[in-house]
Write a protein that binds this ligand. Structure first.
Ligand code: PMP
Length: 432
């Protein structure tokens, strides 16, 4: 595959844009960050004319596929009504009603623009509600790039018996140590550690935040009973349970992880999939917690919140997801499972250490001798060099998961793409 135009683009763009990219997640890769010309359905086309079956899906948002016609039409129609009113529009209520109808914890919502902001809103509301300072987060969980949560994402795993090792590791230069000191980082899926920590420190803890499935590090599901136990601990200690559903929301099903696992948090954050690729986000939670935002006591603001593009995208996406009794989800389930099973069966013969873990709509491939990855420490022990080689060769064969090996399946992937994808996986593993 030739990438000459992408390479030239990045060289020129780097004279104008720091690093040539506008999100650090896009730095790196082989032969460097690619530049794309268009995306339609499940396909992406780069500047050199190479076509990829896209499993990055914009890092999750393109649940309906790229440039879905119904979604594009709905957003286009909204453009003629203006963009921002510095006041309310009836579409806000339309979107809020839909969110409340499908999100179990959503007694009240607020609409915003990005997952990072919604996380900050949730944490602030939790602090005010409990009158406590600290937030427990877990290693490997990503909750946006702000100072108090960009912690322990690439660091060494916390020691077993973690009670003495809860000093957060900042991921960025320039990140505020003071903000990080409001956060305690623990290993996830480790109930003993969490229980013991809370027994000693509960008076400080305002909230526990987690991705209900650790999608940003290996797509690791919660071990049986873990979410229920965290819910019970939060009840016991009057701690606010925050689920960050920025990836799982609307992807694991219309009611997200809450619906799938039947565990209802006090407050939850959403972005990505419910905008179908357009920027929209939400925080949803119990009225007792959200009311402080409503009175103005807890600040949540933003010039672009509930602009008409966001609203029309959110409304159209949710309507399309609910159409025909959730036909989109049934298709994604079928297609995603066929890809997961197909990769597993090719791996059995050609690459026994290639593992597939997760859900049909979002799964991860990795190389490990372990049979299942259940925590961050195990993920860190995977063979990253093989993973990089696998992902690089897949890209050369026109298959594009994310650079972490996460595969997002969308409504635009069908059986034809499954066949092409599995054929490419077979050829890549033969070469490796
Ligand atoms: N939470 C989770 C679970 C995420 O995956 C992300 C983005 N990858 C965020 C928060 C931050 O969202 P955004 O990039 O929209 O700020």
């Amino acid at each position: 595959m030739r990438h000459q135009k992408s390479i030239e683009y990045i060289m020129e763009a780097s004279q104008y844009i720091a690093g040539g990219v506008n999100s650090n997640v896009r730095l790196g890769g082989q032969p460097g960050p690619l530049c794309f010309k268009s995306a339609r359905g499940a396909l992406l086309t780069d500047l050199d004319g190479n076509e990829y079956i896209d499993y990055a899906a914009g890092m999750g948002p393109a649940l309906l596929g790229h440039a879905n016609e119904d979604l594009v039409r709905a957003v286009s129609e909204s453009l003629h009504l203006g963009q921002l009113y510095a006041g309310q529009s009836e579409l806000e209520l339309e979107l809020a009603k839909r969110l409340q109808a499908v999100i179990p914890c959503a007694e009240l919502v607020r609409i915003g623009m990005s997952g990072s902001e919604m996380v900050q809103t949730a944490i602030r509301a939790a602090r005010s509600f409990t009158n406590r300072r600290k937030c427990i987060k877990f290693e490997g969980h990503y909750h946006g790039w702000f100072d108090n949560v960009l912690l322990n994402l690439t660091s060494s795993p916390i020691d077993p018996g973690c009670r003495s090792s809860t000093i957060p590791v900042r991921e960025s230069l320039g990140q505020s140590e003071a903000a990080a000191s409001d956060t305690v980082v623990l290993p996830w899926n480790d109930l003993k550690c969490l229980t013991e920590y809370l027994d000693e420190h509960v008076d400080d803890i305002a909230c526990i935040i987690m991705e209900p499935v650790m999608c940003n590090s290996g797509v690791i599901p919660p071990v049986a009973g873990y979410l229920e136990a965290v819910r019970a601990l939060c009840d016991k200690h009057s701690i606010v349970f925050v689920m960050d559903e920025v990836i799982t929301g609307f992807r694991l099903g219309i009611s997200g992880a809450q619906g799938k696992f039947g565990v209802i948090p006090d407050i939850a954050t959403y972005a990505k999939a419910f905008g179908g690729g357009f920027p929209v986000a939400a925080v949803a939670g119990k009225a007792t917690i959200m009311n402080a935002i409503g009175t103005g006591a807890v600040t949540h603001s933003g010039t672009y919140n509930a602009n008409l593009v966001s609203l029309s995208a959110g409304i159209a996406t949710i309507d399309l997801l609910r159409e025909n009794d959730g036909a989109v989800y049934k298709k994604i389930e079928r297609v995603g499972k066929a890809i997961m099973d197909g990769i597993r069966s090719i791996a059995t013969a050609n690459a026994p250490s290639l593992r597939v873990q997760g859900f049909p709509s979002v799964f991860n491939t990795y190389f490990s001798e372990s049979d299942g990855i259940r925590d961050y420490a195990q993920l860190k022990n995977c063979d990253n060099a093989r993973q990089r080689e696998f992902l690089g060769l897949l890209q050369d064969h026109g298959i594009r998961p994310t650079s972490r090996g996460t595969w997002f399946v969308t409504a635009a992937h069908d059986e034809n793409f499954v066949e092409k994808t599995l054929e490419a996986v077979r050829r890549v593993l033969d070469r490796m």
